[in-house]
Design a protein around this ligand. Structure first.
Ligand code: HEM
Length: 407
């Protein structure tokens, strides 16, 4: 009886906790319905664990821009914590460490660099589409979306050709951890992959110290001792790999999924791929964001939207919910690639942690969609889409499609 009561109590708590519900089947299938309930509660909703969650665009944006809210790890580690496996480099840091490290990564995403990566992206997408076209029926995730970002990031970092396969294999596994660790076995595989990846990086650092080239890693190493300490180099490189991998895969997957659900808009993109592909990607970022939420910790008591958030409490800005806030966007739940949005979406966050890789993500997804629409206007579903398990990263895990033109 005691155990039953415990179980009922537990499930009662889960059902009352909006964040837990996002992990249940209902929340995974349609988080937007749970977000509506959270928004209806008010600008900030308390969670049973003593934290806060918000689905309100203005409050999300305010929290992300407010320097009294910090990434949680910055609070736990303090500045200058030695780089360990969980060190997410500047993603988890406050200024001045954040500013110093971010400045080192930034040049890799300048307009000139992005323009330089474009031909390579076009080539990789073209090759992937050749293989997919030969198959006829293929998986949009594993055969198309997933291999692209990892090829681009290998290039950006200057991974030697001989190491690219190993880098890809371990990087893909570690990227899957963005969404949480599923089991002890998963944890063990992650640790092994992470060790193996570190070895690839260490080999690369040795090579680039001897023979610098025109890539991000050589530039970071050139700043060693001055703007970056040796123990900070590995976490920074790991961050650049992990942050850009799963996110971009899901942006491509979500864009194609949204368009196949709105056939008239898919037809419009196919009629004018060069003109409309970027707009479809942008509307997907708003409508079905690959990163659905982040979190911040209050470093002092803060008055916000009529409540006091106490020092040490977490606030979870639901980015995917802010993007559909009806007080900001007209007809917010409608996917419309012709929309002229009333405000910036928050899919790349806001404030000082605004995604440094956003221009690269937009370019990759834009090229992928443009070439897909040009070459496969007859694309259609060839089976049920299977979604990822957890609720932070949203996107398809398996997405069978076929190139055949319907009869
Ligand atoms: C930060 C989303 C692609 C590198 C972030 C944040 C979000 C985000 C939401 C901020 C997290 C927070 O505020 O707590 C996305 C999405 C992407 C994408 C949706 C693709 C669709 C990329 C790419 C790269 C990248 C391609 C690099 C190759 C980073 C880095 C940060 C970051 C380094 C940390 C920025 C900082 O803390 O100052 N990204 N990202 N991201 N992203 Fe992205």
């Amino acid at each position: 009886l005691y155990r039953r009561r415990l179980a009922i109590n537990y499930w009662g708590r889960v059902r009352r906790d909006p964040l837990s519900r996002l992990h249940l089947a209902e929340g995974r299938a349609n988080p937007y319905a749970v977000y509506d309930e959270i928004r209806a509660y008010g600008p900030l909703m308390p969670t049973p664990l003593g934290n806060w969650v918000t689905a309100n665009h203005a409050v999300c944006d305010a929290v992300l821009r407010d320097r009294r809210f910090c990434p949680r790890a910055a609070q736990m580690n303090g500045p200058g914590a030695p780089g360990d496996k969980f060190d997410m480099s500047f993603l988890d840091k406050d200024p001045p460490e954040h500013t110093r490290l971010r400045r080192l990564a930034q040049p890799a995403f300048s307009p000139k660099q992005i323009a330089g990566y474009r031909p390579r992206v076009e080539r990789v997408v073209g090759e992937l589409l050749d293989t997919a076209a030969a198959k006829g029926t293929f998986d949009l995730v594993s055969d198309f979306a997933a291999p692209l970002p990892i090829a681009v990031i290998s290039d950006l970092m200057g991974i030697p050709d001989a190491d690219v396969d190993e880098f890809t294999e371990h990087g893909a596994l570690i990227g899957s951890a963005l969404d949480g660790v599923r089991s002890l076995r998963h944890a063990a595989r992650l640790l092994a992959a992470s060790d193996a990846l570190d070895k690839v990086f260490v080999r690369l650092f040795e090579l680039r110290r001897r023979e610098p080239a025109d890539d991000a890693v050589s530039r970071i190493l050139a700043a060693e001792g001055d703007q970056i300490q040796p123990h900070e180099v590995l976490p920074l490189c790991r961050l650049l790999l992990v942050a850009g991998f799963e996110t971009t895969v899901n942006l491509i997957g979500n864009t194609v999924n949204a368009l196949l659900d709105h056939p008239e808009q898919w037809d419009a993109v196919c009629a004018d791929p060069a003109g409309l592909a970027d707009a479809a990607v942008e509307e997907t970022l708003r409508w079905d964001s690959p990163v659905q939420r982040t979190s911040r910790c209050a470093v002092e008591d803060i008055e916000l939207a009529g409540v006091t958030v106490r020092k040490g409490e977490l606030v979870v800005p639901l980015l995917g919910a802010a993007n559909r806030d009806p007080s900001v966007y007209a007809d917010a739940d409608r996917f419309d690639l012709h929309r002229v949005p009333e405000a910036d979406h928050l899919s790349f966050s806001s404030g000082i942690h605004y995604c440094v890789g956003a221009p690269l993500a937009r370019m990759e997804a834009g090229v992928a969609l443009r070439l897909l629409a040009e070459r496969m206007p007859g694309l259609r579903r060839a089976g049920a889409l299977r979604r990822r398990d957890a609720g932070i990263i949203r996107g398809p895990l398996a997405f069978p499609v076929s190139t055949a033109v319907p009869a």
